[in-house]
Write a protein that binds this ligand. Structure first.
Ligand code: DHK
Length: 162
């Protein structure tokens, strides 16, 4: 079981960036917590960050055949990127959208996600815990898919954990 964690723009600044919104934990600390949680559950983790939309699209495309689930904090690209959405729906690897902050309790422009409709689930508002919760969610998603058809359709509507 291999989980690919992708982090978008400005998440490299966690710890110093608006701590009242994003908390004081650095991305390195979050990665370390994710690795501990995944190791305890017998999962492997690939953890990356980029400020470039193109690089994130490339990593999503490469995920096909190389990982079981993607966990994506697309940061600001969440609200704008048709390219990320198309990459997710194009590869058929189940993807979980996550955010540190509760985007629905913030500015209006953050309340809309371009990528949510092609993700199998969303975890928002738990700070650094959103990431460790996503490890558990990813493992459950993989188990649920394996128990069913063995395949994931990006066109699946609603929950796949029925
Ligand atoms: C992180 C960002 O950088 C923002 O652009 C998003 C997200 C929210 C987060 O809460 O993790 O709007």
């Amino acid at each position: 079981m291999r989980i690919l964690f992708l982090n978008g723009p400005n998440l490299n600044l966690l710890g110093q960036r608006e701590p009242e919104v994003y908390g004081s934990t650095t991305l390195e600390d979050i990665e370390s917590r994710v690795r501990s949680r995944a190791q305890a559950k017998g999962a492997e983790v690939d953890f990356r960050q980029s400020n470039s939309e193109a690089e994130l699209v490339g990593w999503i495309q490469q995920a096909k055949g190389n990982c079981d689930v993607i966990v994506l904090n697309a940061a600001a690209y969440t609200h704008t990127s048709i390219a990320l959405r198309d990459a997710i729906s194009g590869i058929g690897v189940p993807t979980i959208e996550i955010h540190l902050s509760n985007i629905h309790a913030r500015e209006e422009f953050r309340r809309h996600s371009m990528i949510a409709p092609v993700c199998c689930g969303i975890i928002v508002g738990f700070g650094a815990d959103s990431y460790t919760l996503a490890v558990d969610a990813a493992i459950n998603v993989k188990a649920s898919i394996s128990a069913k058809t063995g395949a994931f359709s990006p066109a699946t509507k609603g929950s796949i954990l029925k």
